[in-house]
Ligand binder design. Structure first.
Ligand SMILES: *Cc1c(COP(=O)(O)O)cnc(C)c1O
Length: 498
């Protein structure tokens, strides 16, 4: 199976090329030419399989230019109890009958980004061997918090790669900063940027297209690549857990085969919920995909009206990984819903770049409304929802999961729909300890991150996960901070000393 660019159907590449390249040269995203289907027997056969075996079954349908040995090497390397604190890789918690929390944060950095970023280095190095023979890969990441740390953990000490992460000096939480600046590994580099996330992202984009830098790298036998969520190598691993949770629910007798479920996803860049859409298109019995946003509710409006308009106030919220006004992966959904109309996609996304706004056709709008339900909530409502779930079910959730839970409660109240429902839980609550402690009634005035966490542990009889606890005593290795104009020199200096 080949991959096409959403903005030019004449561009068709292998999965290895799509993963190694990340983005198509004219700015489109790579999508599979057709979506492979799973039969009833295919899904039932997954039931008694392990997570890596289930992942193998999904990947071999998408990565048809990889050998079985290569895919097995990737899934077994990534999804082992060496990297995850659970044999099952993800865990299902029961809130009440028919409402399940799918915990996707049992990896090394305690956020769901690990589900994809643990395997991406394997997929990328395998792909590079096929298409950019022998070159070393320099990964560049601009992060607002979770992606940077998950990418560092994924790529640390991976042969043939190095990674540089840029984060906004004052734009990440204390815990996120500690997680990154204490990162171990011989091939990693972390640098603060005096600016906001957009400055970091624009700086990284400028480095990617800097011809002088590129020719210097050519001489060193190095090529740049990206680990951000537009890469097919990051999206495809996320399809696996939606299919896997369905198999697990059949296995444990919670559902019967064919029974439809709702899936609720706290959404920012539209990557995680798009993976659920692919799972549905592959044949997973899904009723509604529920898209949950915080006050940056550009997707709620889009799903309800067919108008995407990023010209609005940007809110800084307690669910920062969803503070985003351009949801890149929506482009892939619209490509599929227009029947692969590359001209139409190029036009809409051209408008988005120029005016910050586009409107889809009535046909596409009604398809979107059939598949998705959308809602949003603000910080106060998120905190109340966290508190209510804790009081009623003794379940402590993070702020992003809190948004999803609240939007689901609203959905249920509005529709009366009693379909069994899986809520994607995207981070461990201790990653956002301050807001979570306040949500369950604590007072954080004048307290530092670790003091708050101790209080949260006491108050909720839960425990901070080991990888976060470890950052307390780890030495800070990276203190470098530059203006955005200094970013390319940071990359060059780092690569030269390697
Ligand atoms: C990245 C992230 C999200 C948003 O996921 P998208 O794929 O960008 O929609 C939600 N929650 C957490 C904790 C995240 O790190």
């Amino acid at each position: 199976m080949n991959y096409r660019s959403t903005r030019n159907n004449n561009i068709s590449v292998t999965s290895a090329k799509a993963i190694a390249q990340g983005l198509s040269e004219e700015g489109g995203l790579f999508v599979p030419e057709s979506i492979p289907k799973l039969t009833k027997d295919d899904i039932l056969a997954l039931c008694d399989k392990s997570y890596p075996q289930r992942a193998f079954e999904i990947f071999r349908r998408y990565l048809t230019d990889f050998t079985d040995e290569e895919i097995n090497y990737c899934v077994n390397g990534a999804y082992s109890s060496k990297n995850f604190d659970s044999e099952n890789i993800s865990e299902i918690s029961h809130l009440l009958t028919g409402t399940y929390i799918l915990e996707l944060w049992h990896g090394p950095t305690c956020a769901f980004k690990d589900m994809a970023l643990q395997i991406l280095p394997y997929l990328l190095t395998c792909s590079a061997k096929k298409v950019i023979d022998g070159k070393d890969i320099a990964i560049l990441v601009a992060t607002s918090g979770d992606t940077g740390k998950a990418a560092l953990e994924g790529f640390k000490d991976v042969e043939g790669t190095s990674i540089t992460v840029f984060y906004p000096e004052d734009g990440v939480s204390d815990m996120q900063k500690r997680q990154m600046t204490t990162q171990e590994g011989g091939n990693v580099n972390v640098c603060a940027v005096k600016g906001n996330f957009d400055d970091c992202q624009n700086g990284v984009k400028a480095i990617f297209t800097d011809e002088r830098l590129k020719s210097e790298l050519d001489k060193m036998g190095i090529t740049f690549s990206s680990a951000n969520s537009i890469n097919w190598g990051r999206l495809s691993p996320q399809i696996v857990y939606y299919i896997s949770v369905y198999a697990s629910l059949i296995e444990s007798g919670e559902i019967g085969y064919g029974e439809k479920i709702n899936i609720v996803v706290p959404t920012g860049n539209f990557g995680n919920i798009l993976a659920a859409y692919y799972a549905k298109e592959m044949g997973l019995p899904v009723n509604k995909l529920i898209c949950a946003s915080n006050s940056n509710n550009v997707l709620t409006d889009f799903i309800n009206t067919g108008i995407y308009d990023r010209n609005r106030h940007f809110y800084t919220t307690i669910s920062p990984s969803m503070d985003i006004l351009i949801s890149s992966n929506l482009e892939r959904l619209l490509y599929h819903l227009t029947g692969g109309n590359d001209k139409q996609i190029a036009e809409w996304f051209g408008k988005l770049a120029k005016d910050g706004k586009y409107e889809v056709t009535d046909d596409v709008r009604s398809k979107v409304k059939d598949i998705f339900y959308a809602g949003y909530c603000d910080d106060d409502a998120t905190k109340s929802a966290i508190r209510q779930a804790f009081d009623e079910y003794s379940y402590l959730m993070d702020t992003h999961t809190g948004v999803a839970y609240k939007v689901y409660c609203d959905y249920k109240a509005a529709t009366g729909d009693n379909t069994k429902t899986v809520i994607a839980s995207t981070a461990n609550p201790y990653k956002f300890g301050k807001a979570v402690y306040e949500a369950v009634g604590g007072n954080t005035d004048g307290m530092d991150e670790f003091a708050i966490i101790e209080k949260l542990e006491e108050h909720t009889s839960t425990q901070m996960p080991a990888p976060l606890a470890a950052t307390k005593t780890k030495a800070v290795r990276f203190t470098n901070s530059v203006g955005k104009e200094g970013m390319s020199q940071v990359v060059l200096d780092f690569l030269k000393t390697r």
